[in-house]
Write a protein that binds this ligand. Structure first.
Ligand SMILES: C[S@@+](CC[C@H](N)C(=O)[O-])C[C@H]1O[C@@H](n2cnc3c(N)ncnc32)[C@H](O)[C@@H]1O
Length: 436
């Protein structure tokens, strides 16, 4: 496999399948190092398929005299150098990409090489495929697209539709400055199997979707398991995207308020809720910062009112955040301690740790998982589930009282070590209480 598979512009230069375990172990070690000193339950590790796991990819198009081919950029810091070096790598096949993606990339390049309309000033091609066998191909140009381009793209679309593995809808889109031409539906519908249910997700051209569908299914399962038994309370979800988590988790709650900044993603989320017959979710286009301001009572939003949401009437027990790599802004971070349960999905352990440290004064990590969404890169996705530990804040006298009553019920008396209850014992006690 070529080093171009290090697709997120990352400095991993070795992408051979037989080094997968070693590279994952290194990522795990760096996550543990980030969280050194934090009491943790066992970390659950979700591995990826070694090949063909990536549903979407973007390739720059390179011209070399008359030749035309895809390239990616591999950024690495070489020994003895401080500055990262960016290397251009030719990509004819992309083994980490889905099989359909590989078929399409070969077909598109073969046509683009011989068709002047499609080739002229083409600088990038994006592919987006699904487990359900649908696909979008977006061609980006440094020129205005006209009816001749549209005719050539229509012919390409007809030819691609016959591709092996392409069972369903196909979009071919052309983009240039302030211009977009879409041939086909402009979206794909992914099918994911989660928690015993077959779910449908509309994913939009150019919008965020989880790149590794196999690992995404496992991540959704994990979040579903973590929040099971919360039906009495409400969920606040920030950064909900196309409703990826919302669709799965809604059944675990009485009501859900899901928010997201992108208008297109909010529309897709609404579609996805309806397509999966989810009826207890209100969705509003709000940034996390805006939602925090509304929470603090500093601002009111017509968009919340239109979504039928009165924050004061909600009984939020759980918050789920899934921010971009930069993590949470200060106001959103300050929101977390107000919730008994916190689910934090993160693609950056450094900002995850920074956002969670203050929360550890009141909450404990009950479940922690790493999801290897991005094999052969330094990136790793983490999921943390925290619960407020009322016991931590209880005065010692009250703790003694509770222990006495536990003992009176014939239950095991929880051990005290150096005057402090050990986390595992508190967790065990909490679980026994919930079991009853
Ligand atoms: C990592 S994606 C997660 C999306 C979704 N939870 C999923 O699993 O597909 C982050 C999302 O946050 C949105 N976003 C970025 N900045 C935001 C902000 N300040 N407030 C609200 N949403 C934001 C992006 O549009 C994107 O949909």
């Amino acid at each position: 496999m070529s080093s171009a598979a290090a697709s997120e512009s990352l400095p991993l230069t070795t992408t051979s399948v037989d080094r997968y375990e070693e590279q994952l172990a290194a990522k795990l070690a760096s996550v543990r190092q980030c969280f050194s000193g934090v009491q943790f339950p066992d970390v659950q590790v979700v591995e990826s398929e070694r090949e063909h796991y990536r549903m979407r990819a973007e390739f720059a198009v390179w011209r070399d005299k008359e030749d035309l081919y895809y390239v990616m950029y591999d950024t690495a810091t070489r020994e003895g150098s401080v500055e990262p070096v960016r290397t251009r790598v030719r990509v004819d096949q992309f083994p980490v990409g889905s099989r359909l993606l590989n078929t399409l990339m070969a077909e598109v390049m073969a046509v683009a090489r011989s068709d002047q309309e499609l080739k002229h000033k083409l600088f990038q091609v994006n592919f987006h495929t699904t487990l359900s066998g649908e696909a979008m191909v977006t061609m980006l140009y440094h020129r205005r697209l006209d009816t001749q381009w549209e005719a050539a793209a229509g012919a390409l679309r007809g030819q691609l539709a016959a591709c092996k593995g392409l069972e369903g809808a196909l979009t071919v889109a052309g983009r240039s400055r302030k211009q977009k031409i879409t041939l086909g539906p402009g979206h794909v519908t992914e099918g994911l199997h989660v928690a015993g249910r077959q779910l449908q997700y509309r994913q939009l051209e150019g919008a965020f979707s989880q790149p590794n569908a196999g690992v995404c299914q496992r991540m959704l399962e994990w979040a579903h398991e973590s929040t099971c038994g919360s039906q009495a309370g409400d969920l606040l979800e920030l950064y909900c995207g196309n409703g990826n988590f919302t669709v799965v988790l809604a059944e675990n709650f009485r009501r859900v308020l899901a928010t997201e900044v992108s208008k297109a993603a909010v529309a897709a989320a609404a579609e996805n809720l309806s397509a999966n017959s989810v009826a207890n979710v209100a969705i509003a286009r709000l940034t996390a910062e805006e939602l925090s301001a509304a929470w603090r009572g500093e601002r009111t939003f017509e968009r919340l009112r239109q979504a039928g949401v009165d924050l004061a009437a909600m009984d939020f027990t759980t918050i789920l955040v899934d921010p971009p790599r930069a993590g949470l802004d200060a106001a959103t971070e300050a929101l977390l301690p107000h919730f008994a349960n916190v689910v934090y999905i993160s693609c950056n352990p450094v900002t995850l740790e920074a956002n969670l440290r203050p929360l550890l004064a009141t909450h404990r990590v009950r479940r922690f998982a790493v999801f290897d969404q991005f094999p052969y890169t330094h990136h790793i996705e983490c999921g943390a589930y925290l619960q407020r530990m009322a016991e931590v804040e209880l005065p010692m006298a009250e703790m003694d009282e509770r222990e006495r009553s536990t003992a009176a019920e014939g239950k095991e008396v929880n051990a005290m070590k150096d005057g402090e209850m050990v986390l595992e014992e508190m967790v065990g006690m909490e679980e026994r209480r919930q079991d009853r």
